[in-house]
Design a protein around this ligand. Structure first.
Ligand code: URA
Length: 242
């Protein structure tokens, strides 16, 4: 038995808080009866409707994929390009990516059918640390990297402080490898941050998501998260940043 608001959130209809509002405002029915009580427990046999539409309930599943470059972080593509769910032909559940990596970015991507879990991880208030490794055109100075660490102005506002680490450079080719940790998830954020200091990204890979790493996986490979990892991610994501 699970709480009604949790089941609605897991089905991806709304966040847990919005699901509570839907319930108290009389938009939810269980087995044909409007249920305004929060905390009502429901079983898998109960028929739940939101505004008269039955919610889809599936056993929640959680995966990590080592996304190769040249793949769209989506469940379908109108141009017929490869999408991340193509790597899960054996999964009969409606999984989707938690956030996105650009077409040209490789690395760690989570997929799930648990809407509540995805919302929690992507919520701006809770967003988890993500570590990227970037190959740059140009060699950034210490000051330039410091400006990223402080927060830099992009067209959609200042970025939150980042943590950069200079890894190596190739003077002849005028390229550098830099690691960067951020917790925000704005569109093409890392690329735009390096662009802002005049060192465009040539290659980008997400190496870490929270405590999860790609160890043991090659590009295109995936594995299921352990129940403990899912629990840890939930706990981590529920703690607001200081
Ligand atoms: N930042 C980017 O610029 N691209 C990604 O894919 C992820 C983060």
């Amino acid at each position: 038995m699970e709480r009604l608001q949790k089941v609605i959130a897991q089905a991806g209809v709304a966040s847990r808080r919005k699901a509570e509002e839907l319930i108290t405002n009389g938009h939810v029915s269980v087995n044909g009866k409007v249920m305004k009580e929060l905390g009502t427990k429901v079983s898998t046999n109960d028929k739940i409707e939101v505004n008269g539409v039955p919610i889809e309930r599936e056993q929640p599943v959680y995966y990590m994929l080592y996304k190769p470059t040249g793949v769209i972080s989506s469940v379908s593509d109108d141009k017929g390009r490869k999408v991340v769910t193509d790597f899960f032909p054996h999964v009969d559940k409606r999984i989707f990516p938690v956030g996105r990596l650009d077409y040209d970015t490789s690395g760690l991507l989570l997929l799930t059918n648990d809407g509540e879990f995805a919302n929690l991880l992507m919520h701006p208030k809770y967003e988890v640390d993500k570590v990227y490794i970037a190959k740059l055109k140009g060699i950034p100075t210490r000051e330039q990297l410091k400006s990223l660490d402080k927060g830099i102005k992009l067209e959609d506002g200042m970025t939150a402080p980042a943590k950069t680490k200079f890894i190596s450079s190739d003077r002849k080719k005028n390229t550098a490898i830099v690691q960067i940790l951020i917790h925000e998830g704005r569109n093409r954020q890392v690329r735009r941050m390096f662009e802002a200091i005049g060192c465009p990204v040539m290659k980008l890979k997400r190496e870490r998501y929270g405590f999860l790493t790609l160890i043991g996986l090659n590009p295109g490979e995936k594995r299921e998260l352990t129940p403990h990892e899912v629990k840890q991610l939930r706990t981590m994501a529920s703690q607001p940043r200081k």
